[in-house]
Design a binder for this molecule. Structure first.
Ligand code: NDP
Length: 450
């Protein structure tokens, strides 16, 4: 790492020594910025500032469970950087949520949002609430209590949250309803809304579709495609489901899916009919992926405690799309993919590959797409939802998908061209970090480092 960047990195660790996920995300970006600082020494001021959130809001979320017991969770919103537009980024409800995880996600979001070309700053929020096993009534009471505090900190021109792990259409609906009641206005304050109250077509599909569009562009640089490719996918939530759908559209064969309990390996391929069954299992019946193996008769492996997807990446696959959670492919698992002849990895999740895994992919000449570039389709389409809300118009499915695809092609080109310009051809990590940084840096400098 460049010596000036190392000084900033050390200060981040010294300030918050107990935030390993945040350190990891910062290290990856600062590692790429050396050549930028050599070319623009004044941007060192920006770097010092960009690693510190503009604002962190933390609050108590009390709610009653179905037995009438009081439960108390912790809520957060990290408003990381608003230099190029209103803060924008998802809400995560998962027991692991803490400041380190949300700061890493909010930091990544700043660069990702900048890469989309849309005017959106970066933010992230959530709670250590676990929706799994909770009734609809419990989830509703929790969401309403969460919004009782959050509503005063967000707004259509200030901060526009969306979904993430544990926050899907049901939760966004409850959150939006409560915001509307408290603020006494109907605005596009959340994205991922239902179609009947201001949502956009293709928003649910966008992150998974976008990841596959990005991977398609990467593969094309080597005259390769998804046609006939075996594709290992992790997760079975929003991103994984629609990544699998787009892989099928492009002639590929998804062979794995997972949840936090284990993974299935279906060497016959997860076809459209099986995928529809998974969508019903996960989105309607809220069941476990083991039921797929029981229903369709394929291999199922229970997860080991750490890393919890251990084994999935040993599947024979040409392309890997990690779409579950952070740090789900470590160095050893990356080596298994390489040994099995995998040619490309595109992150659907945020930071699913550890630094050792990324190094292994680069050393072995794999195509590797970092999440801040490849999964930016979700937030980009949220941006399109905001535009439609402002215009009070709804675009067709084809129109939104066309714009999404165009944005992903542009992000790919921008990351590739920027990497080449700074002497790191084919390194999408460096290209995405530098391209995302430059736009925000210019805006921060112009605004006087406030
Ligand atoms: P969902 O909650 O819909 O699905 C998450 C999936 O990952 C589930 O299958 C879940 O299993 C699994 N999972 C979650 N945590 C773990 C864990 N600790 N270990 C093993 N498996 C786990 O979330 P999304 O699909 O929306 O998000 C997935 C990833 O994509 C996240 O990293 C998110 O930040 C990122 N992302 C999402 C975007 C979006 O638009 N939704 C946009 C950009 C990035 P289980 O149900 O058992 O917990």
């Amino acid at each position: 790492m460049h010596s000036k960047m190392k000084e900033v990195y050390d200060s981040v660790i010294e300030r918050d020594p107990d935030q390993p996920e945040f350190h990891q995300a910062v290290e990856e970006v600062l590692d790429s910025l050396g050549p930028v600082i050599d070319a623009h020494p004044d941007y060192l001021q920006v770097v010092k500032s960009i690693v510190e959130p503009e604002r962190i809001i933390q609050f108590r979320v009390p709610w009653y469970d179905d037995e009438g017991n009081l439960q108390v969770n912790r809520g957060f919103r990290i408003q990381m950087n608003g230099a190029i537009g209103p803060y924008k980024g998802g809400l995560r409800f998962h027991p692991s949520v803490n400041q380190s995880i949300l700061k890493f996600l909010a930091f990544e979001q700043v660069f990702k949002n900048s890469l989309t070309g849309l005017p959106m700053g970066g933010g992230k929020g959530g709670s250590d609430f676990n929706p799994k096993g909770r009734s609809d009534n419990e989830v509703r009471r929790f969401c309403q209590s969460f919004m009782m505090e959050l509503w005063r900190h967000i707004g259509a021109n200030l901060d526009v949250p969306a979904g993430d792990i544990g926050v899907g259409g049901r939760e966004i609906g409850f959150l939006f309803g409560m915001y509307r009641k408290l603020a006494n206005e109907f605005t596009g304050v959340l994205t991922g809304k239902g179609l009947s109250y201001g949502g956009s077509l293709i928003r649910p599909e966008a992150t998974g579709y976008g990841t596959v569009y990005f991977a398609r562009e990467m593969l094309a640089t080597r005259d390769m495609s998804f046609e006939g490719a075996k594709v290992a996918i992790s997760g079975s939530g929003n991103v994984a489901q629609f990544a699998a759908e787009k892989v099928l559209d492009l002639g590929g064969k998804p062979v794995t899916l997972s949840d936090s309990s284990g993974f299935i390996h279906d060497s016959n391929g997860i076809d459209r009919e099986k995928l529809a069954w998974v969508m019903d299992l996960k989105n309607v019946r809220r069941g476990r992926i083991v039921e797929y193996a029981e229903h369709f008769g394929c291999d199922y492996t229970e997860s080991k405690p750490e890393p919890n997807l251990n084994g999935l990446w040993g599947a024979d696959a040409d392309i890997a799309l990690p779409c579950a959670t952070q740090n789900e492919i470590n160095g050893e698992e990356a080596k298994m993919l390489v040994d099995n002849g995998c040619i490309a990895v595109a992150e659907g999740a945020n930071m699913p590959c550890t630094p050792e895994a990324v190094e292994c992919f680069h050393e072995n000449g794999l195509l590797f797409a970092p999440g801040k570039a490849s999964n930016a389709g979700g937030v980009a389409t949220s941006g399109l939802e905001m535009s439609q809300n402002s215009l009070r118009l709804n675009w067709s499915r084809e129109e939104v998908d066309r714009r999404l695809e165009e944005i992903m092609v542009n992000i790919h080109r921008n990351a590739a061209d920027t990497a080449a310009k700074y002497g790191m051809e084919g390194n999408y990590v460096a290209g995405a970090n530098i391209a995302g940084f430059l736009k925000v840096a210019e805006a921060m400098e112009a605004q006087g480092h406030i």
